[in-house]
Design a protein around this ligand. Structure first.
Ligand code: HAM
Length: 437
C-alpha cells in the first residue's frame, strides 16, 4: 500500500514554499512595524484549556478537536486555534505584570481541526494571529483590524471586504440571550438536535447553525444590535471612528456572530470578493475577548486579536492572479565544461555564496548543454562557463541572461562585478518606480 498524507493535510513543495516564505517575511516585518512580538506556544495543550477557553458549545470543541490520551493518561488536544494558548501563557507567565500593557503578541503556526476538507478548508492549516492583551481602548481594536488589513494589502490583494459587528458587553448579551430564547423556544422542535441543546446553553450559536440556516425563524431572530446598551454602543462607535480615521472601509453586519464563545464587543471578519473564490470567502476573523483572561485564572485583562490562515491568503492571491515568491530565484549558475574544471567551478560557487550571492552548479555530471538548460529552468540571472580556456586565461565571460550581454571578468573579480550589476539593476528598478516607467 502506498502511504499518502492524511486527508485534509498537504505538503508545501519547493515550488510553493517561496510564496510561504515571502508571506511570512511580510508578516514578520509588519509585526515589527506595529510592535507585536512573537510568542511560540506548544502544538498540544490540556483539552480542558479549549473546553473552557473556546467554549463547550462550539463546533470546534464538540466536533473538530484532535483529542488523545497520552501515555500518562492525560487528555491532550492538538490546538485548534491560538487564542486560548496565548491567554494561558499570558496568565501562566504573569505577562499581566509587565509594565507595558497591552502585551502585543503574534504567532504563526499549524492548527488542527477535524473539518470536512474543501478548497480553503484543511485539517491542518497555518494561522497567523495577533493578540493584544491588557487594554480596553477602542483604538487598539482599530489597530488590530488595521494590521490584518495591512497584511493583505502588503501582498497586493485588493478585493477585500471588512465586516464588523459589536457583540456588546455582558449586560447587552444577557438581554439578547433572553430575547433569543423567547424567539426560538416555541418552535425549537423544528430545529436540529444541536440547536435544541444550544437553546439552553448558548442560543447565540443557533444563528451560526449550518443545518437550520434556512429556517424562517432565523431571518426574524432578534438582532443583538437592538440590545446593545449605551456603553457598548459608545465603544462600537469609537472603534468605527478610529477605522474611518485611517480610511479603512468597513460594513457593519449585525448578523456577524463568530464561531467561538469568548467574544464580546468588537467582532470582525475580512472576506475576499475575488471571483471564483468558492464557498468559503472568509480570510480572517477576530474580535475582543474581555473576560477570557479571568476565565483562565488571571486578573482582569481585556484582550482583542484575530487570526488568518496562510492557505486562504494564498488562495486569494491565486484568485486575484497575483504572483509572489520570485525573490529567491537563483542569481548565478556556474557551468563546468568537464571534470577538470569542476573543481574551479566549485570554488567559484563557494566564493559567490560567501559574498552573499546565490549560486549553484551541476552535481549529476551533465553535459554543458544540459547544464545550460538547468540554469534556464532555475531562472538564473547570470551564467558563467568554465573550460580549459578560462582556466588558462584566468578570465571568464559573465553572461547576463535577461539581456544576453557578456562581460569579461577575472576570476577574483566575479563577485564584485555581479554585485555592481545588481546595484545598478536595483537603481533602475527604483528609478522606474519613481518615474513610473
Ligand atoms: P477562526 O474564525 O476560527 O478564529 O479562524 C480564523 C481564521 O483561521 C479563519 O478566518 C481562516 O482564515 C482560518 N481557518 C480556520 N479554520 C480553517 C481551516 N479548517 N482551514 C483553513 N483555514 C482555516 C480563530 O481561530 C480565533 N482564534 C481568532 C482570534 C484571535 N480571535 C481573537 N484572537
Amino acid at each position: 500500500m502506498n502511504i499518502q498524507a492524511p486527508r485534509g493535510t498537504y505538503d508545501v513543495l519547493p515550488d510553493q514554499s517561496a510564496k510561504w516564505q515571502e508571506v511570512e517575511q511580510k508578516i514578520n516585518n509588519l509585526c515589527r512595524l506595529y510592535q507585536y512580538k512573537e510568542i511560540r506556544t506548544p502544538i498540544f495543550e490540556h483539552t480542558e484549556l479549549f473546553q473552557r477557553g473556546v467554549g463547550d458549545t462550539t463546533d470546534i470543541v464538540q466536533k473538530e478537536m484532535y483529542t488523545f490520551q497520552d501515555r500518562g493518561n492525560r487528555s491532550l488536544t492538538l490546538r485548534p486555534e491560538g487564542t486560548a494558548s496565548v491567554v494561558r501563557s499570558y496568565v501562566e507567565n504573569k505577562l499581566f505584570g509587565m509594565p507595558d500593557q497591552p502585551v502585543k503578541l503574534f504567532y504563526t503556526g499549524p492548527m488542527f481541526r477535524y473539518e470536512r476538507p474543501q478548497a480553503g478548508r484543511t485539517r491542518q492549516f497555518v494561522q497567523f494571529g495577533v493578540e493584544a492583551i491588557g487594554s480596553k481602548d477602542p483604538a487598539i481594536d482599530a489597530e488590530v483590524i488595521s494590521l490584518a488589513m495591512e497584511v493583505y494589502r502588503s501582498v497586493g490583494l485588493k478585493q477585500l471586504r471588512l465586516v464588523i459587528n459589536s457583540l456588546g458587553d455582558t449586560e447587552s448579551r444577557v438581554a439578547h440571550k433572553k430575547a433569543l430564547i423567547h424567539h426560538f423556544q416555541p418552535s425549537i422542535n423544528e430545529f436540529c438536535s444541536d440547536c435544541q441543546i444550544r437553546l439552553e446553553k448558548n442560543p447565540l450559536r443557533i444563528l451560526d447553525c449550518k443545518v437550520d440556516r434556512d429556517h424562517p425563524l432565523m431571518a426574524t431572530a432578534p438582532s443583538l444590535a437592538d440590545y446593545l446598551n449605551t456603553e457598548s454602543q459608545a465603544y462600537f462607535d469609537k472603534v468605527q471612528a478610529y477605522l474611518s480615521s485611517m480610511d479603512i472601509e468597513f460594513v457593519v453586519d449585525p448578523n456577524l456572530v463568530r464561531g467561538l464563545d469568548y467574544y464580546n464587543h468588537t467582532a470582525f471578519e475580512i472576506m475576499s470578493d475575488a471571483e471564483g473564490f468558492g464557498a468559503i470567502t472568509t480570510l480572517a476573523g477576530g474580535g475582543r475577548y474581555n473576560g477570557l483572561v479571568e476565565d483562565l485564572g488571571g486578573p482582569e485583562s481585556p484582550g482583542i486579536g484575530f487570526a488568518m490562515s496562510i492557505e486562504r491568503l494564498l488562495l486569494a492571491l491565486e484568485m486575484e492572479k497575483i504572483e509572489i515568491g520570485q525573490s529567491n530565484n537563483l542569481e548565478v549558475y556556474v557551468v563546468a565544461m568537464d571534470e577538470k574544471t569542476k573543481k574551479k567551478a566549485f570554488s567559484v560557487v563557494r566564493d559567490l555564496r560567501m559574498n552573499g550571492i546565490s549560486a549553484d552548479m551541476d552535481f549529476t555530471d551533465r553535459k554543458v548543454k544540459a547544464q545550460m538548460k538547468s540554469a534556464d529552468r532555475k531562472g538564473a540571472g547570470f551564467v558563467i562557463v568554465i573550460g580549459e580556456t578560462e582556466l588558462e586565461s584566468g578570465k571568464i565571460a559573465l553572461k547576463e541572461m535577461a539581456t544576453g550581454e557578456q562581460q569579461e571578468v577575472a576570476f577574483e573579480e566575479i563577485a564584485t562585478a555581479i554585485l555592481k550589476k545588481k546595484s545598478l539593476g536595483n537603481r533602475h528598478v527604483k528609478n522606474a518606480l519613481l518615474w513610473g516607467s
